[in-house]
Design a binder for this molecule. Structure first.
Ligand code: FES
Length: 162
């Protein structure tokens, strides 16, 4: 069963959705990325680390390993819903091997297209993934200007709601 937030969600007993319901609601690609997320986890001493939250209360962290202006690796963590897992997963795939500028240009639309669509009610999940990615790029660019700061960067563990 997959946790699916809704307007009626109780914090104690979150609603769940069966695999059959998932398949009726989402594209095959979304279901695949929910059930088999790519690049989940974190990168130690990431070259760029971004965190973002969105009005539903969910958060995402994206870490980037970057060399010579290209994304070598991207990893994500989220405390969010099934669709946001799919969005983080596809986002990390879409940016792998891309330049900084290409990554900067990634949009919610690219994520939604990459997943063969999302219901309108879930498009904000793609917005969260893009926000976390942009934060990671901003962190990378800031560290590039002042690389000494990386040695002093204190990264608190990613926790729900942060
Ligand atoms: Fe919160 Fe999907 S419902 S990110």
């Amino acid at each position: 069963m997959i946790h699916m937030p809704s307007d009626f969600e109780s914090p104690k007993q979150p609603p769940t959705i069966s695999i059959d319901q998932l398949r009726r609601t989402f594209s095959k690609k979304v279901v695949d990325h929910i059930l088999n997320p790519r690049n989940a986890g974190e990168i130690r001493s990431a070259d760029g680390l971004g965190r973002a939250s969105i009005s539903c209360g969910d958060s995402m962290q994206i870490g980037l390993r970057i060399s010579q202006g290209r994304i070598l690796e991207a990893r994500f963590m989220t405390n969010g819903c099934g669709p946001v897992i799919a969005c983080g997963s596809i986002a990390t795939e879409l940016v792998a091997g891309k330049t900084i500028n290409e990554t900067m240009s990634l949009t919610e639309g690219d994520i939604i297209t990459g997943l063969d669509g999302l219901p309108d009610s879930e498009t904000h999940c793609a917005t969260l993934a893009v926000s976390a990615l942009k934060q990671a790029l901003a962190d990378y660019l800031a560290l590039r200007r002042e690389p000494w700061k990386k040695a002093y960067r204190q990264v608190e563990p990613f926790e729900p709601g942060r």
